[in-house]
Each structure stands twice: as structure tokens, then as C-alpha cells.
Write a new protein. Structure first.
Ligand SMILES: CCCCCCCC/C=C\CCCCCCCC(=O)N[C@@H](Cc1ccc(O)cc1)C(=O)O
Ligand SMILES: [Zn+2]
Ligand SMILES: [Zn+2]
Length: 532
């Protein structure tokens, strides 16, 4: 006979089962969340798409580039400019004679530009150049193409050829300091305009060409003055500004073999700090317990060991990867299209390489260290320079605060030597006329390419043009492979003759495409145009 359970026991049994059910349910929650997350992650990966331009007028444009016949002649003209050593050493210390020589060279080599009735060339602040190209519809908003005339110094010791010999190697590459930074831009723009004028064409839209002469040492004397001159003339609204910057890259972004053109829609901030320590000077035979050099070294070590936190995925770099997602293999697509989930994981991988680390966070470079005068003299002072490039999601004062907290030593004095907040982000959506004008010119010039927006990790003269336009883009039309990135300011700077020809074609296409959209009210979005 089965013995019936007592009501007390039955209650306990039922409660026990109830808790067991809850426990089992709780165990399932992570599984359900995991399943939901996987669905979202997969859905985003499968539906990832690069926003295509909505501007049919640009999408259908088949603008031709410049003729191939003059390719070698153009290469030799660039090589000639590379022989003029327009070096900037520091603010106020430049090869000024060479800058004037470059002016004369440009005048001689581009006769159509310099003798054209609708092109005016002006010298700004002795060494910079400003060209005004007056179009046939001068009432439309003008734009500006910019580059710079100066270059950084080059130590010839490790170069394949003398950096200022302007050599063409194997009939393939033009070598020399300034080929990609930034005489390729100066000569490339002038070649395009020379070609246009010689063809008997005249642009409808007016535009400016600005060549600063001290970009490599801040741009204060050059680009800043050019901006001032334009503002004084009432030119306070340019449709867009296109300056040096990123390039078309290949094999730099993991997951794709395509060409990837990165157009800089913003630029990291800039902060240079001087750290100094005053110690007790004296005879080295009875040194103080701690020296100025020792205290400063400790502060520097703390900064180097404690990097600023990752900001990856919180700024426009999120769009960089979302635009790229549809063009990479499946695994990379999972990551790139789900930055909301994987940005931390991606940051940890990217911070292992200097170039991609710069994309992840505000960087800190210790660039100068001074201390001591003689082996048996304890120095009174030590100083060091820290150069930060500030992620767009951080402010200059946040970075200074971080440094102070990290150093945590009142004996270390911190002085701001130069600073500039990260630039505001220029528009880049599918409806943005100006971004898509540049993108279209890239698509017309380079094969198998995808155009994506990015934050420039270095700085350019665009900082001085921020007040002239809300659309500033930083792009130099050449192709860079991983092994080329160190050629910037490094050794064996070069451009291939074919890439240089593409650069000229790109600038020509920008001039032609800018006229295509002249019927559109410049500076309004495609969406606004549809509303009109
Ligand atoms: C995942 C990340 C992928 C990034 C791929 C990058 C490929 C291209 C590689 C390098 C880009 C090089 C950028 C060229 C611009 C250089 C401009 C420059 O040299 N600026 C100087 C001087 C300067 C100018 C203006 C200032 O206000 C401060 C300094 C610089 O030091 O930035
Ligand atoms: Zn440059
Ligand atoms: Zn440079």
C-alpha cells in the first residue's frame, strides 16, 4: 500500500520543484541571450552594405582622366620639383631660397596655368601660393584644392638614391623627399589644370588652389595666412576643401584584397606638452637622493606604461569598418559589422601594431629628452617633450588630466606648448554631394576600389581651413601598400609613375565632376535637393 504524503511534505516537495524549475530556467538565460546575440550578429553581417551615393548625376558620370601620352613628361616634371630642397626644419627655419626657386620652377613648367586669363596666381606671405581659377559661373560656391610646398628633412645615408636628386628608377618609380608628402599633390593639381586649359576648357565653377609653405612646421605662416586673405575678401564659405591625407591602400585592412580608399573626414587632435623638473645641481661625487633626470624619467616611464584608454568604436572610425564590412571575408565581416559588440576585441588586436594602434586611442610619443651637461655635474634641470595625437572622442583637457594623474608627482611641471582639438567630422553619408564627388572621382580613377571614411591620424593644413567650409576631406590619390607606410617622413619616399598619372587624372576628374553638380545647389545635400 502506498503511503500518502503528509500535506507539509507535499508543500515542501512542490516548493522544491518550483525552485528547481526556476533554477533550470535561469540556466537557460545565457543560452537564450547567446542565441539572440548570434542572430543579431549574423543578421548585421549578412545585411552589411556600403552606403551607395544617391546622386544619380554622379553615379552615372563617366568622366575621363588625362591622356596617357604625357605620362613620362609629367613624371620628369615632378622629378624636377623634387630636386628643389624646400626643407622645413622648425618654425621660422626653412630653406626659403628653395621655396622661391620652386615658385619659379612651377611658373616655367606650367605655362598655360600661369598665362591664363581666368587664373590668377598670388604670393601669400612671401612663400605660399594661392591660385584663383574663375569659372564661367562665378556665382556658384567655389571649392579649394590644397597641398604644401615644403618637405621634411631627409638623411641621405640610407636612401637608395639621393633624396633630392629626383631620380626615376627602372622607368617605374619617381624617388625623392616630397613625392607623396606633398609635391605629388602640388604638381598633380597643376598638371590637371594645365591639361584642362590646354584642352581649351574652362571650368564653370570657380576654385582656389592653396599651397602653404610651412605645413611641416605648423602652417602658421602659410595656410593660416591664406585662410586670412580669403576671409578678408569675404570668401568665408567654400563648398569643400580637399587637402593631403590618406590614400588608396592595399593589404592594409585585414580581410580584403581590394583597394581601399580611405578619405579623411576628420583629423585627430594635437597636443604637445613639455615636462620639466628642477633638481638640486651640484658635484656628482655627492649626488642628491633623486636627480632631475631620474624624476623626469620616472614620469616618462609612467606615461609610456599607462597608455590612454581605447576609444575604438566611439568615433567616426566605426563608420570606417562598417563601410568596409561588405567587402571583406565572412569572419572579418562579423567583426566589422558588429562593432557594438566586438570593438573591445578588435582594439586589443589593433593595438599590437603602431599604425592601427593610432586608430584606437590617443597616442603619446616621447619625442625629445634633454638633461645634463657634463659627466661630473648633477644637472639643475631636465625636460622632455610629449606629442599626443588626440582621438576625436577625447578632449585636450581630458588628456592633460590623464597625464597629470598618471605622473602623480608635483615636482614634474607640465606646460602646454601646442594644442588643437580633433577636427569636427565632415559629412560623408550617401546623400552628401561633396563626399560623393570625391568618392566618384576615386571610383573613376582606381580599379576594384571601395571608398570609406576615416579619421586621419596625423595632421594637415586643413586645421587652418576649418572656418572656410564644413566639408573638409583629406586624401592624396596614390596607392600605398603596408611596406610603404614608413616612407612618409622616412627613407626612400617614392611614387610610381602610374600612380602619379592616376593622381593627375583624379584631380582633373574632381575639376570636371565639380562642374557636373553645378546644377545642384552647391552645399546642400541630395536629400535637401530632392526637397527643393
Ligand atoms: C587601421 C588604420 C589604417 C590606416 C591606414 C593608413 C595608410 C596611409 C598611411 C599613412 C598616412 C599618412 C598621412 C599623411 C599626412 C601627413 C601630414 C603630416 O606629415 N603632418 C605633420 C605635420 C603637422 C602638420 C600640421 C599640424 O597642425 C601639426 C603637424 C604631422 O606631424 O602630423
Ligand atoms: Zn604633408
Ligand atoms: Zn609631412
Amino acid at each position: 500500500m502506498v503511503q500518502s504524503k503528509s500535506p507539509k511534505w507535499q508543500l515542501r516537495w512542490r516548493c522544491g520543484r518550483w525552485w528547481w524549475k526556476v533554477f533550470k530556467l535561469l540556466l537557460k538565460i545565457p543560452l537564450v541571450i547567446g542565441l539572440l546575440l548570434s542572430v543579431v550578429v549574423l543578421y548585421r553581417a549578412f545585411t552589411a552594405s556600403t552606403p551607395a551615393s544617391t546622386l544619380d548625376i554622379l553615379n552615372n558620370a563617366q568622366t575621363a582622366g588625362v591622356d596617357d601620352g604625357l605620362k613620362m613628361e609629367r613624371a620628369h616634371r615632378l622629378a624636377g620639383a623634387l630636386r628643389i630642397s624646400t626643407i622645413s626644419y622648425e618654425p621660422g627655419k626653412q630653406e626659403t631660397g628653395e621655396l622661391l626657386k620652386l615658385h619659379r620652377y612651377l611658373e616655367k613648367e606650367f605655362p598655360a596655368v600661369h598665362n591664363c586669363s581666368f587664373v590668377k596666381r598670388e604670393i601669400i606671405n612671401v612663400y605660399s601660393l594661392l591660385y584663383t581659377v574663375t569659372g564661367t559661373s562665378p556665382d556658384k560656391l567655389p571649392y579649394m584644392l590644397a597641398s604644401h610646398l615644403d618637405v621634411v628633412p631627409a638623411d641621405p645615408e640610407h636612401w637608395e638614391v639621393d633624396p633630392f636628386s629626383g631620380k626615376i628608377v627602372n622607368n617605374t618609380y619617381i624617388y625623392g623627399r616630397g613625392t607623396i608628402d606633398d609635391k605629388g599633390g602640388v604638381l598633380g593639381i597643376l598638371e590637371a589644370l594645365e591639361y584642362l586649359i590646354k584642352k581649351g576648357e574652362r571650368p564653370q565653377r570657380s576654385f582656389f588652389i592653396a599651397f602653404g609653405h610651412d605645413e611641416e612646421v605648423s602652417g602658421k605662416q602659410g595656410a593660416q595666412e591664406i585662410a586670412r586673405v580669403l576671409l578678408k575678401r569675404g570668401v568665408d564659405r567654400l563648398d569643400f576643401v580637399l587637402d593631403e591625407g590618406y590614400t588608396v591602400t592595399r593589404y592594409i585592412f585585414p580581410g580584403t584584397r581590394k583597394h581601399v580608399a580611405l578619405v579623411g573626414v576628420s583629423e585627430k587632435g594635437y597636443l604637445t606638452l613639455e615636462l620639466s623638473v628642477n633638481g638640486s645641481p651640484g658635484h656628482s661625487s655627492f649626488p642628491p637622493w633623486e636627480s632631475a633626470i631620474g624624476i623626469l624619467s620616472e614620469a616618462i616611464t609612467k606615461l609610456e606604461k599607462n597608455k590612454l584608454p581605447s576609444m575604438f568604436g566611439t568615433g567616426p572610425e566605426r563608420s570606417t569598418f562598417e563601410y568596409l564590412a561588405p567587402h571583406v571575408g565572412f569572419l572579418h565581416r562579423l567583426l566589422y559589422s558588429n562593432m557594438w559588440l566586438f570593438s573591445g576585441f578588435m582594439a586589443r588586436i589593433m593595438e599590437k601594431e603602431a599604425l592601427s594602434n593610432a586608430y584606437v586611442r590617443t597616442t603619446s610619443a616621447i619625442t625629445v629628452f634633454h638633461g645634463g651637461i657634463k659627466e661630473n655635474v648633477v644637472p639643475a634641470h631636465a625636460k622632455a617633450t610629449i606629442n599626443h595625437r588626440v582621438h576625436p572622442s577625447q578632449t585636450i583637457s581630458e588628456v592633460i588630466e590623464f597625464d597629470k594623474r598618471t605622473i602623480d608627482d608635483p615636482r614634474v611641471e607640465i606646460k602646454v606648448k601646442a594644442s588643437k582639438e580633433a577636427h569636427t567630422v565632415s559629412p560623408y553619408g550617401p546623400d552628401d554631394v561633396q563626399f560623393n564627388l570625391i568618392a566618384r572621382s576615386i571610383y573613376q580613377t582606381f580599379d576594384d576600389v571601395v571608398v570609406i571614411p576615416g579619421v586621419l591620424i596625423a595632421n594637415t593644413d586643413t586645421r587652418w581651413y576649418l572656418g572656410l567650409s564644413s566639408h573638409l576631406y583629406r586624401f592624396f590619390p596614390t596607392v600605398i601598400y603596408p611596406q610603404d607606410t614608413n616612407r612618409y617622413h622616412g627613407i626612400d619616399e617614392r611614387i610610381s609613375i602610374d600612380n602619379y598619372q592616376q593622381a593627375v587624372s583624379f584631380y582633373y576628374r574632381v575639376m570636371k565632376n565639380a562642374d557636373l553638380i553645378i546644377g545642384h545647389v552647391a552645399s546642400t545635400t541630395a536629400h535637401q535637393q530632392r526637397e527643393l
